[in-house]
Design a protein around this ligand. Structure first.
Ligand code: CO
Length: 211
């Protein structure tokens, strides 16, 4: 059996098991999706959103990319954000990073990963520069790495608040609540590190006054 064929076989077994326990499982989900959460996570295969939060299909709208970045020119992320916030009307947006993130680690080196990856990692280097004093004060390399993972999540949450998508929803509907979380690969636990409730003040440079 080819390795991908195992996925299809397991899928059949999974679908059969679901229907056995709950005959309406799929017909119910096919009708509507009304998730309360948008999850912006890392593409890392060890951090599956549904599994680590013990949630079911239909509960979390998901976007993942390398190192869970919110880049203000990323049409993919912004369309997911707009759809989730403006149309699905999610109540919470969660940026979930993870300790041991390969993307964050790579951004701490001076290695040339070729232009496309260099461009992506540049965003994390900018977070590093923004918090250089705090990070430079940490002598232990592992601790510095862990802290950059946390600060990266924090900055991505702030990037969300800078979008007109979030600011309009905050103004009109006092949602969504923004969360920055970090998942631990070693213990499976999520640590909340940052949050912004609706209408939290941000740098006025980024505030739209005619929404
Ligand atoms: Co990662």
């Amino acid at each position: 059996m080819k390795i991908y064929e195992k996925l299809l076989l397991e899928n059949k077994a999974w679908a059969g098991e679901k229907v056995k326990v709950d005959p309406e499982y799929f017909s119910r989900l096919a009708d509507i999706q009304k998730p309360d959460f948008l999850w912006i996570g890392c593409s890392d295969s060890r951090v599956p959103a549904n599994e680590i939060t013990n949630t079911q299909p239909g509960e979390i709208f998901v976007h993942r990319n390398i190192a869970n970045l919110v880049v203000h020119t990323d049409v993919n992320l912004l369309s997911v954000l707009d759809y989730a916030v403006t149309h699905l009307k999610v109540k919470h947006v969660i940026v979930c990073g993870h300790y041991g993130c390969g993307g964050v680690k790579a951004s701490m080196t001076n290695h040339d990963y070729n232009q496309v990856l260099n461009m992506w990692l540049r965003n994390i280097k900018d977070v590093n520069r923004l918090h250089r004093d705090e990070l430079n004060a940490i002598t232990d390399e592992q601790q510095k790495f862990d802290r950059l993972v946390e600060l990266n999540v924090q900055e991505q949450v702030i990037h969300l608040a800078k979008t007109s998508i979030i600011q309009r929803a905050w103004k009109n509907e006092q949602r969504p609540h923004l969360h920055g979380w970090v998942y631990g690969l070693k213990d499976g636990l999520i640590k909340p590190v940052f949050e912004m409730s609706a209408n939290t003040n941000i740098d006025s440079l980024y505030e739209y006054d005619d929404l």
